[in-house]
Ligand binder design. Structure first.
Ligand code: NDP
Length: 272
């Protein structure tokens, strides 16, 4: 049977083995998928050992996405744009690095939440690895505006500069939280503030009734960001759909078949 895994440290919490087992059963694909703890100073060796054992591909999570980007012998366009790799494909041509996080987010917004991005005003909070990975897939849907706001303003401005030419004249801009001028149709929280129970310091008027407010984090309870957004009339959504959709994209990269995600998302949600 073809073998796949997810590398991380820590990795015990990972939902990826359950997600990929469900995809394999649904599509009739014969494969195994396990969670592997890679030593903090031994990611490349762990990947090479897995390839030597016959591994066909791997997902990569915290803290190895940048190392995976360096390790890959070729990169997809979206992995180059993201500057990080969450999906490795071991082929006869070598190790291909891909990034499915952004495609996963966009699929969750467009297909699962049923919200079009085209022509909309989009606010992206944060300019770290997760934010960087979603800029290109968002721009491919031609939003009217994409504002990137970050605590460290220079990082947001730099990220906006990198993608300015792709978005069209005046579409992409970067600023600090205090300079954000709402309202927006879609607000994506790609900061890690929710991990500490914090809220990015947003000015009033960012949300309007019907704004889609998506926090990349997920858990049994709504995050502070989701609670705040709901309190201002927005439709709040967590990052569980993004997690399942990025896994489906990776499965498609490896197996050439895109699994259905609805039932898997429903079961994961029930088990949170
Ligand atoms: P990084 O460490 O690369 O970036 C963190 C970002 O959050 C930076 O922009 C940082 O700003 C900002 N930040 C951190 N603390 C605060 C705070 N208290 N207030 C405001 N801004 C803050 O992290 P990642 O980009 O890798 O991850 C971000 C989030 O996305 C995490 O919660 C992660 O779990 C989630 N994620 C979810 C996925 C999914 O499938 N659902 C996939 C990938 C990520 P500064 O530049 O100023 O430091």
């Amino acid at each position: 049977m073809d073998r796949y895994c997810v590398f991380g440290n820590p990795i015990g919490h990972s939902k990826s083995p359950a997600i990929h087992a469900a995809f394999a059963a649904q599509t009739g694909q014969q494969l195994t998928y396990e969670a592997r703890l890679a030593p903090l100073d031994g990611f490349a060796a762990a990947v090479q050992a897995f390839i030597a054992e016959g591994g066909k591909g791997a997902n990569v999570t915290v803290p190895f996405k940048l190392e995976a980007h360096k390790l890959a012998q070729a990169l997809t366009v979206r992995a180059q744009a993201a500057g990080a790799v969450n999906t490795l494909h071991f082929t006869e041509q070598g190790i291909i690095g891909d990034n499915t996080d952004g495609a996963g987010l966009v699929a969750d917004i467009v297909n699962n939440a049923g919200v079009a991005i085209t022509g909309k005003r989009v606010l992206l909070l944060g300019a770290g690895g997760a934010a960087r990975g979603v800029v290109l897939p968002l721009l491919e849907h031609r939003p009217a505006q994409l504002v990137i706001a970050n605590r460290t303003v220079a990082t947001a401005e730099e990220l906006a500069r990198q993608f300015a030419a792709l978005g069209g004249a005046g579409v992409v801009s970067g600023c600090g939280f205090g300079q954000v001028e709402g309202p927006f149709d879609i607000v994506i929280n790609a900061t890690s503030a929710s991990l500490q129970g914090d809220l990015p310091p947003l000015p009033d008027g960012v949300f309007a009734p019907g704004t889609l407010a998506l926090d990349m984090m997920y858990g049994a309870q709504p995050t502070v960001f989701m609670q705040y957004a709901s309190g201002h009339g927005a439709l709040a959504r967590d990052g569980l759909g993004m997690l399942v959709e990025q896994a489906a994209e990776a499965f498609a990269v490896w197996r050439g078949v895109h699994p259905a995600t609805g039932e898997v998302l429903h079961r994961l949600r029930a088990a949170l």
